[in-house]
Design a protein around this ligand. Structure first.
Ligand code: THU
Length: 133
């Protein structure tokens, strides 16, 4: 599967609204729900540092607020300006595991051609679940 360019474009756009006075590390995220809708989010930091929120969880929160339910997110693109690639943090991996199916696709991209792609299950093997093992 190749990078969904519409999601990359949406992620680049929303990264411009990232509020990152403390890290100077803007992140933009765009995702698609199973019914074809696109949602986006960026990181929003806080002067009380631990209260800052990642782009992934803000995008998933926007989708959830519009009615998207667990398992309903099919694709998610994380964009960071520049030429390094980063992967979602541990907390965001748990949120991704909740809202994407195990085979849902996650991409990291930047301003270069380099890409990294995972399934949701690859990002969080053996993640926490009430079902247990
Ligand atoms: N950040 C994200 O938005 N997503 C991640 O997966 C990793 C980190 C943000 C949090 C903080 O605003 C900045 O990047 C530096 O950690």
């Amino acid at each position: 599967m190749s990078l969904p360019l519409d999601l990359k474009q949406a992620a680049q756009q929303v990264a411009q609204n990232a509020y990152v006075p403390y890290s100077d590390f803007p992140v933009g995220v765009a995702l698609r729900s199973a019914d074809g809708r696109v949602f986006s989010g960026c990181n929003v930091e806080n002067r009380s540092y631990p209260l800052g929120m990642c782009g992934e969880r803000n995008a998933i929160g926007a989708a959830a607020a519009a009615g998207v339910r667990p398992g309903d997110i099919t694709e998610l693109v994380v964009y960071m300006p520049g030429d390094k690639l980063f992967s979602p943090c541990g907390g965001c991996r748990q949120a991704i595991a909740e809202f994407m199916p195990a085979d849902g696709r996650v991409w990291a991209c930047n301003d270069s051609e380099r890409l990294k792609a995972w399934t949701a299950a690859e990002l969080l093997p053996d993640g926490f679940s009430f079902d247990g093992f």
